[in-house]
Design a protein around this ligand. Structure first.
Ligand code: ADP
Ligand code: MG
Length: 604
């Protein structure tokens, strides 16, 4: 007997639902996208019990006539594409025509809709994939879809839903994303009868971000505006290096206004912050990437949250450069020398040839990365053990908060005269504009970081042999990273030897690094280096090694310095690539301006 059978429609829909409908937020995503595609100017999302009991989306879009309202629940029913050619340039958010059919197969759905011209609206009710009712019903122009009892007929999936708080978090995050991508649409989000988000029509992204996050967040953001129209325009906002987050939750990424979770974009964003944010710390970002429609394939994932770019590397470069420029315009990193653009646009044939001639890379598996919380703890621990008595955002006195400000690269002090030390940790100095405080540890860190990077690029590192080699034992996870890290460490003057099992001997260390610090530094690096990320790896890894070396070799706080040593440190600092920020993004110099001093004493 033949064994192959065509699946019944409702079974096929439930299988598709597994891909489209993962949780309440994914239902909301499909419904909100439909509303946007329908030209809505106002969208309201209401939820109860984290979206399990009720998830209701209403809009004032074009609505549907009765026949369309019924057809909308058929699999592969879509008004958005007709022929395969349309797939190449998709301008709408939806196009697969499976969302409503999938959702209706695993919940109790009611659709109310009406078009401008229709004499009456329509109500369609579908339960677990079965059409229950179709009749006339009153509704203003637009559509309201209520999804009740999600997964009521698929207990196995219902079990996988997380707590109400978690599902509500995902829903809030989703509404925030769409509200950011569409300032021209008013959004309201109601959670268990309480209004959680209310954003009226805004004139641009800045105003929308202000409505959603408030003034303080907005003021701390740097504007991004870069890339090019042929490959990718990159616009939006990123946070200043002093704002640190331990997860990517505050990164909102969009491609052609479609919200995406794309590792490549996230990585390029982080690379823009190379050498000013440590590993495991993420900037906040609202980044919009606009590419010509034929440059990007959005049809690679049923929920359409992943995209594929035709010129992946060029897009990555555009993102990284745009972010880097935003940081240098605002003085966080020095402007990069203008390298002539060799961004050649490859002809389709040569691009294809290049792809096919690259041998497939073997995938290397590593232990799972630590969670956001673990990273946060590690960083706290790192900061504590580095004996920096001042936590990163220097807690200024109330009055000082208003008057003292970090010195930025465009306002470099000249003619600095050191006067002495405060708490044997900060150099007190004057310059032509007023009073300066210099953090001696981070200043030296910057000096050493630049030195190590320069020596490394000139291939002339200096090392010192240890009389008695230090040994230490790797954990299994560290051992996997070690083999990748070791050659990079040797570039900086380490001499390492893998003894039996997981024991490593340190035979030589870079000049300036106290022998006793080597072990701490290595175990710290082995924990933080992202070995999984191998393509972008080398430069980033070398930066991380240089930053870690600099930190461990630098003079500490609570250390008395002679006037000559202070002078030396300041002179060297001013010659570095970025005298105003340390490799971890902290300010190096604070300034109290003469004007503010005079004001403070009521002399002006
Ligand atoms: P897709 O969005 O991929 O086309 P869906 O299953 O999400 O498929 O929706 C099917 C069709 O139903 C859409 O193509 C559209 O014509 C119609 N539709 C769905 N939601 C709305 C809405 N809120 N307003 C107007 N039309 C809608
Ligand atoms: Mg859709």
């Amino acid at each position: 007997m033949a064994k192959i059978r065509v699946l019944a429609d409702h079974v096929a829909n439930q299988i598709a639902a597994g891909e489209v409908v993962e949780r309440p937020a994914s239902v909301a995503k499909e419904l909100v996208e439909n509303s946007i595609d329908a030209g809505a100017t106002r969208i309201t999302i209401e939820i109860e019990a984290g979206g399990r009991r009720l998830l209701k989306v209403s809009d004032d879009g074009e609505g549907m006539v009765r026949d369309d309202a019924i057809l909308a629940f058929e699999r592969h029913a879509t008004s958005k594409i007709r022929i395969t050619d349309d797939l190449i340039a998709i301008g709408t958010l939806g196009f697969r025509g499976e969302a409503l059919a999938s959702i209706a197969s695993v919940a109790k759905v009611e659709l109310l809709t009406c078009t401008e011209e229709a004499p009456a609206g329509t109500r369609v009710a579908v339960d677990g994939g079965r059409m229950r009712d179709v009749k006339d019903a009153a509704h203003p122009r637009g559509t309201t879809i209520s999804v009740r009892d999600l997964f009521f007929n698929v207990p196995a999936r219902r079990k996988f839903l997380r707590s109400e708080a978690t599902e509500t978090f995902h829903l809030t995050n989703l509404v925030t994303h769409y509200a950011l991508a569409h300032p021209e649409i008013a959004f309201t989000f109601v959670n268990n009868g309480r209004e959680a988000v209310r954003a009226v029509v805004a004139k641009d992204l800045r105003e929308r971000a202000y409505q959603l996050f408030g003034a303080e967040f907005l003021e701390s953001l740097l504007e991004v505006d870069g890339g090019n129209a042929q490959v990718a325009r990159v616009t939006g906002f990123v946070s200043a290096p002093r704002d640190r987050r331990t997860s990517r939750d505050s990164q909102y990424l969009f491609v052609n206004r479609r919200f995406v979770r794309d590792r490549m974009i996230g990585r390029s964003l982080s690379e823009g912050y190379r050498s000013i944010l440590p590993h495991g710390v993420y900037p906040a970002a609202l980044l919009f990437i606009e590419t010509p429609l034929e440059e990007v394939d959005v049809n690679v994932h049923p929920a359409k949250t992943e995209v594929r770019f035709r010129r992946q590397d060029a897009v990555a470069d555009a993102v990284r450069e745009a972010v880097r420029n935003a940081l240098s315009h605002t003085g966080f990193v020095p402007p990069e020398p203008q390298i002539p653009q060799i961004l050649e646009i490859p002809q389709p044939q040569t691009a294809a040839a290049a792809v096919s001639s690259t041998p497939p890379q073997p995938r290397i598996e590593f232990a799972p990365l630590p969670s956001g919380d673990e990273i946060a703890r590690d960083i706290e621990e790192m900061i504590r053990t580095r004996s920096i008595s001042s936590p990163p955002p220097l807690p200024p006195l109330d009055s000082a908060q208003r008057l003292v400000s970090p010195v930025t690269a465009d306002a470099l002090p000249s003619n600095i005269r050191p006067l002495g030390q405060l708490e044997e940790s900060f150099i007190i100095a004057t310059d032509d504009e007023g009073l300066l405080l210099i953090d001696q540890h981070v200043a030296h860190e910057r000096v050493l970081f630049d030195k190590y990077r320069a020596l490394e690029s000139e291939r002339r590192t200096e090392s010192q042999q240890l009389l008695v080699p230090e040994t230490f034992d790797l954990t299994p996870a560290q051992a996997a990273v070690f083999d990748q890290l070791a050659p990079e460490l040797e570039v900086y003057g380490f001499e390492l030897m893998r003894l039996s099992g997981r024991t490593v001997a340190i035979r030589a260390v870079p000049a300036d690094l106290p022998g006793g610090e080597a072990r701490n530094m290595l175990s710290e690096l082995l924990e933080t280096v992202d070995a999984e990320n191998k393509s972008s790896a080398r430069d980033t890894m070398r930066d991380e090694i240089a930053a870690s070396l600099a930190c461990h070799a630098a003079i500490k706080v609570n250390m008395s310095l002679t006037p000559e040593k202070m002078r030396w440190l300041i002179d060297r600092l001013l010659q570095t690539s970025s005298p105003t920020t340390c490799p971890h993004g902290r300010p190096v110099i604070l300034r109290l301006k003469m004007r503010d001093i005079l004001k403070g004493f009521h002399r002006i």
